[in-house]
Design a protein around this ligand. Structure first.
Ligand code: ITT
Length: 186
């Protein structure tokens, strides 16, 4: 199936394509400029986006990916504000907020939204526990990858090859749910 990923972020396209293309699904980046509402949950952002896409692009198979980094010691910040935090304080600002604090646990979350031409909407979820580094490390991946170490590893996401990040990441887990759904929905 041809799936249009509605995003401005090419890193997401690479991660989805690495999983979906070997299974015969073509992933293309679509910059359709859907309104990304500020909402208290990733789910609400994705639901709103899917409804907008269903009205404006009803004949296409489209995906939305909304993700965030939830830092425990910061009460879940930047969370749903991760993009805004990226554009303003950046990863260095998140590290500065944590200072030398010992409590550095965090979670990445991803919600994928699928819209099919028959109007079906479906959400898929994934999360990944881990911790925040004291300094950024690695130059792979994108976004906050250099400051996040997934649980059970010592490398940051930015130090993992793409397939390894997908194997444990929030997005990889949401993708596994999507793959199962696509397999069973024919
Ligand atoms: P679109 O909304 O256009 O898809 P975006 O980059 O704004 O692109 P998000 O709102 O989902 O995407 O992401 C919020 C922030 O979190 C943003 O700065 C991303 O770079 C970052 N982010 C998302 N997924 C990530 C991942 O897997 N690793 C590291 N950072 C990630």
């Amino acid at each position: 199936m041809e799936l249009g990923l509605v995003t401005s972020n090419a890193g997401k396209v690479h991660e989805l394509a690495a999983v979906l293309e070997p299974l015969g699904h073509e992933v293309t980046q679509r910059e359709l400029g859907y309104p990304e509402v500020q909402a208290p949950t990733l789910e609400a952002v994705v639901e709103f986006g899917l409804e907008w896409l269903a009205q404006h692009h009803p004949d296409e198979a489209l995906l939305i990916d909304d993700a965030g980094l939830f830092v425990d010691a910061l009460g879940g910040f930047p969370g749903v504000y991760s993009r805004h935090a990226w554009d303003t304080i950046g990863p260095a600002g998140v590290l500065a907020l944590l200072g030398n604090g010992e409590e550095r646990s965090a979670e990445f979350r991803c919600v994928l939204g699928l819209l099919l031409p028959d109007g079906v909407h479906q959400l898929f979820h994934g999360s990944c526990r881990g911790s925040i580094t004291r300094v950024p490390r690695g130059d792979g991946g994108f976004g906050y990858d250099p400051i996040f170490i997934p649980k059970g590893d010592e490398r940051t996401f930015a130090e993992l090859p793409l397939a390894e990040k997908n194997g444990v990441s929030h997005r990889g887990r949401a993708l596994a749910e999507l793959v199962e759904y696509l397999g069973t929905s024919g």
